[in-house]
Design a protein around this ligand. Structure first.
Ligand SMILES: Cc1ncc(COP(=O)(O)O)c(C=O)c1O
Length: 442
């Protein structure tokens, strides 16, 4: 049956939409009904250039044949297998591929279904690991201001986005936050990594001294903070965090839900920055965003600490009904194959200078107070309308959508992260559209 591109649901009230201004949306819906390559098709038949890879996830672009075919045939062959005390070949194959792609010390893979679940899993493994090695007093967790680690209780506790936390009670206890790394006075309009701010890592020493290192299980940070509006780590900052964690026996978790799978032109940000964490959380690009799946990668030291005791006993009391689901595993394998065959991570690296040129050409346009970039990530920060924060950027999002480009906004920041298949002409189109939109804003 042919798809009716103009079909609209006749009642929008039942679906309570996530992270959405529901009343605004339902008064003037923005519906997409199809996608291919770099473009969405809207319900009114327009093509919209995807400047955000969906939600930072469709790194290979949309409806890629290999991934579509893998999902279709897997659904017909083995739709589901119990995840506990049972296995199926593709989950093992995908774990092996991930291990081979990941930075060398990360050798084991625990599957989840989202970035949020990867974060909860990593935090739990960190605390249980410390206990397994006789460090049971290490239960404190350290996150960072402006960090985003998904929406579950552990993630919002270590996260530092105020609106994601303040409505939800007391959260986890025993959590501290490093300062964020946004230094507009010294770093505004930096191209790539900012020069200033490595010293902010030293605040970790202060927190360690305050509580005693023997109480601290883990530090979790995004190597590049995405959802808060793209905060690129200052030069030297990540290595200092690594060194302090090593010195004090603290597990370092890099949340690579956004930066994994080529976004910076390397498989993971850990590779890009040359700084190795003890665990990586990922999701999104693992299946090109097509089927929910996430993963936690750990070192052998962490994994092996659990592999003790009688062999018939479960070693880690944690897991999800859909951990390593067959269809997600098939999608993951086809996705990694697509990245490899098309050299998409290298492509992102090659395009990153062209991308930075286009992005920074927006400097000087109305309301633009900062521009930040790394790999195929960009952000344009706007001066907020006095008394109406977020309104100006939201208007930019609405105008860009009407003008044929999908952008994302958070606060008064426009964030961009296109599929890694983007062509130079499409980069020109994206920034051309954005320039027009910015010139038209109040
Ligand atoms: C760094 C980071 N961690 C966790 C998450 C949560 O992922 P999910 O929405 O799949 O739960 C996100 C989502 O954007 C993210 O950027």
């Amino acid at each position: 049956m042919a798809l009716d591109r103009n079909s609209k649901p006749n009642d929008l009230s039942a679906f309570w939409m996530p992270f959405t201004a529901n009343r605004q949306f339902k008064a003037k819906p923005r519906m997409v009904v199809a996608a291919e390559g770099m473009y969405y098709t809207t319900s009114d038949g327009r093509k919209v250039l995807d400047g955000t890879a969906g939600l930072w996830c469709c790194n290979a672009g949309h409806c890629r044949p290999k991934i579509v075919e893998a999902i279709q045939s897997q659904a017909a062959e083995l739709d589901y297998a119990p995840a506990f005390q049972m296995g199926h070949p593709k989950a093992f194959e995908l774990a092996t591929r991930l291990r081979d792609m990941a930075p060398a010390p990360l050798e084991h893979v625990f599957f989840t279904n989202s970035g949020s679940e990867s974060v909860e899993t990593a935090l739990k493994i960190a605390i249980a690991y410390q206990r397994a090695i006789g460090q049971g007093a290490r239960t404190r967790l350290i996150g960072r201001e402006r960090g985003y680690h998904g929406v579950n209780f552990g993630g919002i506790s270590v996260g530092g986005i105020v609106n994601n936390r303040k409505y939800f009670g007391t959260l986890l206890t025993g959590v501290d936050h490093l300062p964020h790394t946004h230094l507009p006075e010294t770093n505004a309009f930096s191209r790539g990594q900012p020069e200033h701010g490595a010293h902010l890592a030293d605040d970790l020493e202060r927190i360690v001294a305050l509580h005693g290192p023997e109480t601290i299980a883990a530090v979790i940070i995004e190597p590049l903070a995405g959802s808060t509006g793209v905060l690129v780590p200052p030069k030297g900052y990540l290595q200092r965090i690594r060194d302090i964690c090593t010195k004090h026996g603290i597990v370092l978790i890099f949340d690579e839900v956004i930066t994994g799978f080529g976004r910076l032109g390397a498989p993971f940000a850990s590779d890009y920055f040359g700084v190795m964490p003890d665990m990586v959380t990922c999701a999104k690009g693992l299946t090109n965003g097509v089927i929910p799946m996430g993963a936690v990668l750990t070192t052998s030291a962490i994994h092996d600490a659990f592999m003790t005791g009688p062999e018939h006993l479960i070693e880690l009391f944690h897991g999800y009904t859909y951990s390593g689901n067959p269809i997600a595993s098939a999608a993951g394998l086809a996705t990694l194959e697509t990245y490899r065959e098309e050299g998409l991570f290298e492509r992102a690296a090659d395009l990153s200078e062209y991308w930075a040129d286009g992005l920074h050409s927006l400097k000087g346009l109305p309301h633009v107070i900062d521009i930040r970039n790394l790999g195929l990530i960009g952000a344009v920060e706007l001066e907020p309308i006095p008394g109406a924060p977020t309104k100006r950027a939201f208007q930019a999002f609405l105008d860009a959508y009407e003008a044929g480009a999908l952008i994302r906004t958070t606060g008064d920041i426009i964030a961009l992260s296109p599929p890694l298949i983007i062509e130079k002409s499409q980069i020109d189109d994206l920034f051309g559209t954005l320039a027009k939109v910015l010139k038209g804003l109040d």
